[in-house]
Write a protein that binds this ligand. Sequence first.
Ligand SMILES: *Cc1c(COP(=O)(O)O)cnc(C)c1O
Length: 397
Amino acid sequence: MQERDRPLGFATRAIHHGYDPLEYHGALIPPIFTSSTYAFADTAQGQRRFTGEEPGFIYSRVGNPTVALLEARLAELEGGEAALATASGMGAITSALWSLLRAGDGVVADQTLYGCTYGYLHHGLTRLGIEVRFADLTDPANLEEALTANTRVVLFESPANPNMHLIDIAAVSAIAKRHGALVMVDNTYCTPYLQRPLALGADLVVHSATKYLGGHGDLIAGAVVGPAELIQEFRGFGVKEMTGACLSSMDAAQVLRGLKTLELRMERHCQSAQTMAELLVTHPAVAQVSYPGLPNFPQRELAQRQMALPGGMIALELRGGYEAGTRFLDRLQLFTRAVSLGDCESLAQHPASMTHAPYAPEVRAAHGISEGLVRLSIGLESPADLQHDLLQALEGL
Ligand SMILES: *Cc1c(COP(=O)(O)O)cnc(C)c1O
């Protein structure tokens, strides 16, 4: 695309950044490079590629032209120097943290995290001699207490999955910076259209591109965005030698397709979620609705400060506890009972009977997951149909 003398909008960059059809036979849509390996003109070129003197591709675990386009686009949208696309969100988190940490180092994470992230920190990193501390980072002062001289990384989600607590990215980043720790924000719930953690002082952003970035429930992918030097380390060591969690070019092409409608989809997700949240707060069977767009959301001011829009996810608390949660879920007709989020289809999950079923109620409670908590991912269906489904499922609960 031609250089412009004025900044381009989000949707324009999500559709065009880094690709010129005239360089590829005029093909409007970027080609999918399926090659696993790349030819060198001679041994001298091979040597220059391996030593890093000459940019270029060597082997698709380390870099692929289709994946590279996705990486360029994600870096652009997040406002970072570089990005690394990975086989999953967990692949991004593990490849980055295994590159950054060694025995004796410390990690501080928020107490509310996506289940597998929690598992990786709690069971995975600790067995390698890395000290993991969980703290309630909704109050940034708790970070001061949790930090030690060895803390290398501070990790959190905002909003946090599944309870929708927000964390003040600028405040936490300022404290971490003073102590020389890197801040990694999982921006899956927001996408760069709603929130750009790097501009607020964070060092790294991770994504499950499986969710809103892909947006169509047809792939598993992830990414980490940040300073070029760190991303190079995550690529050349984290993925290349530790996890092998490289993204396939086919899936990269699907994420590139998803990104083109990200702005449109997020606008509609947010608009419909606002409508559903306003409907749910008035219902007698509902004890509480956690949605950053509601006037009584406890962190409303922070939501308005760091998020462009309140997002497409809702956590609601049913008065009837566990029983009400399962009955509500079983009665849904249009919402799909499923985990994951950010798809065109509206999804509902009841953590007590689904994702957190293996844990005792006391353990669930300690992690902020009550028996009547239901998580909704508001999709792109006609809002009137979603409203109708929620109301019929809540009737008489
Ligand atoms: C889904 C998810 C992940 C993990 O991503 P995968 O693509 O499933 O590996 C990490 N963080 C959050 C917030 C998620 O929702």
